[in-house]
Design a protein around this ligand. Structure first.
Ligand SMILES: [Zn+2]
Length: 206
């Protein structure tokens, strides 16, 4: 049983730079000014500790997650080779940090929502720049049902925002805060589109 962990501050200008750039862009994208209790990032050094903090065995692809309202955990960049399946890359690491921070912004703007999974992950994949980096899927066929969310949902939102703008997505997320029904109803109200694969495959081919 392990319930105690060592914590100490890190002085790393590169990481601070990634953080500052992410926060600036995320505040801008989500249209807020996060000033108090701003996010903190805990750097974890090994898979064992990740599993304990995460509360379950994690796959080697998991290198970041969030906790509560302002905490991000990421695997130490120097431990990627040893404790993950990912090859370390500076730019990918920046996007990873931004992806996790974006989840915290999503919670702020939607009043603590973390679902549906395609929207929750899609927004982070979109705003972190991962959607553009990871590229276009062959077609949309699973993300709305929680399948292939990492492959499809970010790009789906990229196509949506390219056509209708970022502001429309923010309007949708803000409205989602006070909305308890089926998200497809709100989607239809906001975009005038049916929330189905046909809609996104149409955007992909237009
Ligand atoms: Zn995520």
């Amino acid at each position: 049983m392990t319930n105690f962990f060592n914590l100490s501050k890190i002085e790393d200008p590169q990481l601070e730079d990634y953080y500052a750039k992410s926060m600036l862009e995320l505040n801008d994208f989500f249209g807020i000014k996060w000033k108090h209790h701003t996010p903190v990032v805990f750097v974890v050094n090994d898979r064992d500790t990740i599993n304990i903090l995460h509360g379950e065995e994690t796959g080697e692809w998991i290198v970041g997650w969030i906790s509560g309202g302002n905490i991000v955990f990421v695997l130490n960049k120097d431990k990627f080779g040893e404790h993950s399946v990912h090859k370390y890359d500076d730019n990918d690491y920046y996007k990873l940090i931004k992806h996790e921070l974006a989840h915290l912004f999503f919670k702020v703007i939607t009043g603590n929502k973390t679902d549906p999974k395609w929207l929750w992950e899609g927004v982070s994949i979109l705003v972190s720049g991962q959607a553009e980096k990871w590229g276009k899927p062959a077609g949309f066929k699973g993300f709305l049902d929680g399948k292939d969310v990492y492959i499809e949902s970010g790009y789906a939102l990229l196509l949506l925002t390219k056509k209708y703008g970022d502001d429309k997505l923010i309007q949708f997320l803000k409205a989602y805060k006070d909305f308890d029904g089926d998200v497809s109803v709100l989607f239809k109200e906001t975009y005038g589109l049916d929330l189905n694969y046909g809609t996104f495959n149409g955007l992909l081919r237009s």
